[in-house]
Design a protein around this ligand. Structure first.
Ligand code: PLP
Length: 397
């Protein structure tokens, strides 16, 4: 008989009762060091006093009013995101896939408003992940996720990652823009080179295309800057955010330059829950922490420390770990054994991680993680490696 909760996930047999900082506890009192953060989402960790207080106080006042009315918390949060980014205006929604849908609609409508309604196609990249809605399955372009769900939504072309010649060859008179993750998260922590991102910006300018960044996973401080595009010194025309945006309260956003934002006139796009008082109270609390002086630098420093520790693990266990990837607290390590074996061995050591594509294991702790907790995680991952090592040595024979 089917379970009442639809069985569309492969869940580990673990249930957490509460959390504190970078730690999660189950009912039996077992402690787990959370280097998964609910897939890069619990940005302030668990039970953060500033975040929980903001949510509780807002819940007491009013949770939801709809976008028929002004929402002061949304106006404030949008203002803060605009001041801290390339963007002139922000649309709030509820998830990463929904943010990407809004981003693509805004790109197409911008072209249509400019008298080029034929420009509807978006160039995406092999290995991308943009979400699970029908259109985002096509933007993702991975047959693994598309199988059985009928015809692909038209309008998405795919080219190899970090390959400028292939990208330029894919541009047609119907191209509206480009959509790229600065670091592919689900695809295996694969970084776009700084040069590639700069070339994409230049190519968009040359051909009159829009540059869209999916910073659902890379954004909100995870790479040590508020947004990953800052490392390349470029600006997109439009960008999607979600995951860490409200510290675990569902929230997504589309940030856009004025020309793109103006395309979404009243009635053209919307969502019931988007930018509601509760999510914005959480989002503003996250911004209070992220924008406090020195906090992003601390992420960069702690992330560098974690990555150096992972490099050491690669040296110590070359039959298990082969390469460190990513930036700051969006870290990944390529495995020579099945990444899920390591993930399971890490759970047995009380460490939570997340598997990614390309046989990579992601280490994506809350942004408030301390160096001592990184040391602890690295020690536990080392023990997990020792458990899977005999199998790895066997495989190498
Ligand atoms: N875009 C990126 C880069 C992601 O990593 C994800 C989720 O993993 C999504 C979009 C989809 O976000 P959501 O699951 O909130 O729809």
């Amino acid at each position: 008989m089917i379970s009442p909760l639809m069985p569309n996930y492969n869940r580990a047999d673990l249930a957490f009762e509460h959390g504190e900082g970078a730690w999660l506890f189950d009912k039996a009192g077992r402690r787990f060091l959370d280097f998964g953060s609910g897939i890069a989402t619990s940005s302030l960790g668990h039970g953060h006093p500033h975040l929980t207080r903001a949510i509780a106080e807002q819940a007491k006042r009013v949770i939801h009013v709809s976008n028929l009315y002004r929402i002061p918390g949304a106006e404030l949060m949008a203002q803060r995101l605009v001041e801290a980014s390339f963007a002139d205006s922000v649309f709030f929604c509820n998830s990463g896939a929904e943010a990407n849908e809004g981003l693509v609609k805004a790109m197409r409508k911008t072209m249509s408003d400019a008298g080029q309604p034929e420009r509807i196609r978006i160039i995406c990249f092999d290995g991308a992940f943009h979400g699970r809605t029908l259109a985002m399955l096509s933007a993702t372009g991975n047959p693994k996720y598309q199988a059985g769900f009928g015809p692909a939504v038209d309008g998405f072309d795919h080219v190899p990652f970090n390959n400028l010649n292939a990208l330029r060859a894919a541009i047609t008179p119907q191209t509206a823009g480009i959509l790229i993750e600065p670091i592919q998260g689900e695809g295996g922590i694969r970084s776009a080179s700084v040069q590639f991102l700069r070339d994409l910006r230049a190519t968009c300018d040359e051909f009159g295309l829009l540059l869209g960044l999916d910073e659902v996973q890379t954004g909100m401080g995870r790479t040590g800057k508020l947004f990953a595009y800052e490392w390349a010194g470029i600006e997109p025309d439009v960008m999607s955010l979600a995951k860490g945006l409200a510290g675990g309260v569902p929230m997504g956003a589309v940030l856009a330059k004025e020309r793109v934002a103006r395309a979404l006139v009243p009635g053209s796009h919307g969502t019931t829950f988007g930018g509601g008082p509760l999510a914005c109270a959480a989002g503003n609390a996250v911004l209070d922490v992220l924008l406090a002086p020195g906090f992003l630098d601390e992420i960069a420093a702690t992330g560098g420390y974690l990555q150096a520790g992972l490099e050491k693990l690669c040296q110590d266990y070359p039959s298990v770990f082969t390469e460190v990837r990513g930036q700051a607290l969006l870290a990944g390590v390529k495995c020579a054994v099945p990444n899920t074996d390591l993930q399971n061995a890490a759970v047995a050591e009380g460490l939570l991680t997340v598997a990614a594509g390309d046989n990579v294991l992601r280490l994506i702790p809350p942004l408030i993680v301390r160096q001592a907790e990184c040391d602890e995680a690295l020690a536990r991952l080392g023990r997990a490696a020792r458990h899977v090592q005999p199998a790895a040595l066997e495989m190498a024979k």
